[in-house]
Write a protein that binds this ligand. Structure first.
Ligand code: HEM
Length: 541
């Protein structure tokens, strides 16, 4: 007999487990008919293969052996969908995007880390943040940032590379150099803050930079708690929850809290000092007014609290934290891949250098857009090796019908042209698979061939991907597409132009293996994040 509250709770849990298992195995769902690979475990389904840091082959099999929507198994064998069909992606990200939201757990984690902002909101709130942030990424704004991109790239050249190759070629860890450069680029142009003095021989010692690096691994140590977040955040007030947090003596939790507090404090100080500059009328004239936070503060001057366009201090802090985190690892991964490819392809490197040397040493927006081979090269890197990889997550929040561009043959042998997706289903947007689709790119889709690009286009094919850049999904599509994609492409061009003029690159001694690290690809040598590249100054080459 059940007679106490714990016994009731255990009985309820047991009943739920039985109901769940009966439903799983005896009630059919429309997803049963979608083919996919065998699941190696009832408990974890295909999740370990999906998130394996060396899982490139598993993803390649999903790309080539099934249809463009593949069924995988998640926790307790729940059916998940791995999607790269262009019509299905258009439906998920553009046409019916409000049926497929960012996973609730991720929204809550982002919210806890940064506060209320573009990465932690959905629906009207997200729309509002996006509308407020968009002017900061307008081409006219990014154009003004180009001199700052040059300043940082030249500082990286002179501080992080030149002193170490002045006596001849040397092998350097380019991951470290490019990571520091990416953070400094967004620090200067995002919040007007310098993270790294880039002094020869001195490591990046800014506490914020170190904290930013530690944050994600520390937070992932709390991964087991993530599913509880949506419920935990409903209990009591923020002050009460903070008090509860302070009382829990668990080291990773305290470390995460301290890191978040540290970043919050710095951002709050910056907001206060910029607000004071606005009040003194100085921001309008200064260089600071060009950075993203400056643009948001100036936007606030025109807005009124409550009219939907005003950002509170907490919201300002959250947006800047989110932009820095969205910008740094993505750009750094893209630059890592680029310099690795340059080292591996001396012919391509030479052709790019010739084009860059022909152009002025400091280019403006138009000139940077007028280097055809550089543009083709970057398009091809972003297509074949998207930095955000292998998948982004979505959760179906109301029963939906997912249309397919290419029908798939169901397990029962019949053609499927649309898949009814039950509410609660997890879907994976498979960015590389979408970018490698032979129906769009042809039989040589898996080859690295910059020559396939001309004027930002790579052949007119019937099937079109909804992505915002080059018919690919690298920067996503629709309401949640990357706001910083033009910013990112320009900073990449500037760093490449500055470095290609000064140095030559060839592979280092150790073999570099690329790992799938969460949602970003990173170079790795024997278990360490590293990109050894042999660099020679052009004078010594
Ligand atoms: C090569 C570099 C980059 C890549 C591959 C990339 C890719 C992406 C992707 C795939 C998303 C969608 C994420 C999702 O919906 O869950 C995204 C969103 C976003 N990105 Fe980027 N990104 C890059 C650089 C940047 C930079 C430099 C910035 C800012 C300066 C930036 C700002 C953002 C923001 C604010 C969002 C959220 C948009 C929204 O939710 O409405 N990104 N990015």
């Amino acid at each position: 007999m059940v007679s106490s509250p714990p016994q009731y709770a255990a009985a309820a849990l047991g009943a739920y487990a039985i109901w769940y298992l009966v439903r799983r195995f005896f009630v059919s769902t429309p997803l049963d008919n979608v083919p996919g690979p065998p699941s190696p475990s009832f408990l974890t389904g295909n999740l370990l293969e999906l998130h394996d840091p060396d899982g490139w082959e598993f993803h390649h099999q999903l790309e080539t052996n099934y249809g463009q929507v593949v069924k995988l198994r998640g926790l307790l064998s729940a059916p998940h969908l791995y999607v790269f069909d262009p019509v299905a992606l258009h439906s998920m990200l553009v046409q019916d995007y409000d049926y497929y939201e960012e996973h609730l757990t991720y929204l809550k984690v982002y919210g806890l880390l940064w506060g209320p902002g573009i990465l932690s909101s959905v629906g009207q709130d997200h729309h509002r943040y996006r509308k407020i942030l968009s002017p900061a990424f307008a081409p006219s704004r990014i154009r003004e940032m180009i001199p700052m991109f040059y300043e940082v790239a030249e500082k990286a050249r002179d501080g992080l590379v030149s002193p170490f190759v002045k006596d001849g070629p040397n092998e350097l860890d380019f991951n470290n150099i490019l990571n520091r450069t990416s953070l400094e680029l967004i620090g200067r142009t995002g919040i007007g803050y310098s993270f790294d003095a880039m002094i020869p021989g001195r490591p990046a010692d800014d506490r914020y930079a170190v904290v930013l690096k530690e944050l994600v691994p520390t937070v992932f140590k709390l991964g087991g708690l993530f599913p509880l977040l949506p419920f935990a955040l409903k209990i009591g007030t923020p002050a009460f929850r903070r008090w509860v947090l302070d009382c829990i003596p668990w080291k990773p939790l305290r470390e995460a809290r301290d890191l978040v507090n540290y970043m919050d404090n710095i951002a709050m100080e910056l907001v206060s000092s910029k607000k004071a500059a606005v009040a003194r009328g100085q921001l309008e004239m200064s260089e600071e007014s060009r950075d993203i936070m400056g643009v948001l503060l100036k936007g606030n001057l025109l807005a009124k609290p409550g009219d939907g366009t005003f950002l509170t201090d907490a919201e300002l802090v959250a947006q800047t934290g989110m932009i820095i985190s969205a910008a740094t690892d993505t750009t750094s991964s893209a630059l890592d891949r680029i310099f690795h490819l340059l080292a591996l392809h001396p012919d391509i490197q030479e052709k790019l250098r010739a084009e860059v040397i022909e152009a002025p040493a400091q280019m403006d927006y138009e000139a940077l857009g007028n280097l055809p081979y550089l543009d083709a090269f970057i398009h091809e890197v972003m297509r074949l090796y998207p930095p955000v990889t292998p998948v982004m997550f979505r959760e179906c929040v109301k029963d939906a019908l997912l249309p397919l561009g290419t029908p798939i043959t169901g397990v029962d042998g019949r053609q499927i042209t649309a898949i009814p997706v039950p509410k609660g289903t997890i879907l994976y947007i498979a960015i590389p698979a979408a970018n490698h689709n032979p129906q769009i790119w042809g039989a040589d889709a898996l080859e690295f061939r910059p020559e396939r690009w001309e004027n930002g286009r790579a052949g007119a094919r019937a099937e079109k991907m909804c992505g915002i850049y080059g018919n690919m999904m690298t920067f996503f599509a629709g309401e949640r597409s990357c706001l910083g994609f033009q910013f990112s492409l320009l900073e990449i061009k500037v760093v490449m132009a500055v470095f290609l003029r000064a140095f030559t690159f060839s592979p280092g001694k150790a073999e570099v293996k690329w790992k799938l690290s969460g949602i970003i690809a990173v170079p790795n040598v024997e278990g360490e994040v590293k990109l050894p590249i042999s660099v020679a100054s052009i004078n010594h080459a």
